[in-house]
Ligand binder design. Structure first.
Ligand code: GRF
Length: 205
């Protein structure tokens, strides 16, 4: 059975969505490891409740992004992880993880990439920028992780309307609901080998 490694930094609602999807048979895999760059985050509680192994790899204890990434890679390889999912993970990883897991690292972004992506575009800032821009729709994107931030081939997207009375918080809540739907779907598509990459385009076989 495929083993998933999940990288987290905070509340872990996307981790929970993956846990729930595995429990109800929508993802045919197990979570072999949850790694957080921060101790005490609720994502680690969520993993603990399901007896999923966890590690805290604190980026502040490493002299460089390369060393930090190498520590993550060692844990993932030791745990015999097949697929890595970034789920609310807020740190930059070095390309050595991508090189070790080619087309086997996924990320979820709370906007419709390539719009509202890249440096500084995470969490609340994304939704503030979306509302300020006047766009009528936002949503979430699941993409393959490459050596650049937020620009890998897109596997799945879902949209929500941006209402006139939306605030960053109300929009975040709507987008989070989409994330929890499309992330498990994208993971299962990849595990089933149905992802065909054609440049930046992903065709679902
Ligand atoms: C949220 O902003 C979500 O949109 C993004 O990461 C943040 C935390 O996610 N993917 P989670 O609840 O820790 O999964």
């Amino acid at each position: 059975m495929a083993k998933i490694g999940v990288l987290v930094s905070g509340g872990g609602t996307n981790l929970q969505a993956i846990i729930d999807a595995i429990a109800n048979g929508r993802i045919d895999a197990e979570i072999g490891m949850v790694v957080s760059n921060k101790a005490g985050v609720y994502a680690l509680e969520r993993a603990g409740l399901r007896n999923i192994p966890t590690r805290v790899i604190d980026h502040r204890q490493y002299p460089s992004t390369v060393e930090f990434t190498r520590a993550i890679l060692e844990v993932m390889q030791t745990s015999r992880i097949d697929l890595i999912c970034l789920a609310g993970f807020l740190r930059i990883i070095d390309r050595l993880l991508v090189d070790a897991y080619p087309n086997r690292i996924l990320n979820i972004h709370p906007a419709l990439l390539p719009a509202f992506g890249g440096k500084g575009m995470y969490g609340h800032y994304v939704h503030e920028a979306v509302i300020a821009s006047g766009v009528k729709y936002s949503g979430a994107t699941v993409h393959l992780v490459t050596d650049e931030t937020d620009v890998g081939p897109i596997i799945a997207q879902g949209i929500v309307a941006v209402e006139d009375n939306d605030t960053p918080d109300s929009l975040a809540a709507k987008v989070l609901g989409i994330e929890h739907q499309i992330y498990p779907q994208a993971i299962q598509l990849l595990l089933e080998g149905r992802i065909k990459i054609d440049g930046l385009r992903v065709r679902i076989k």
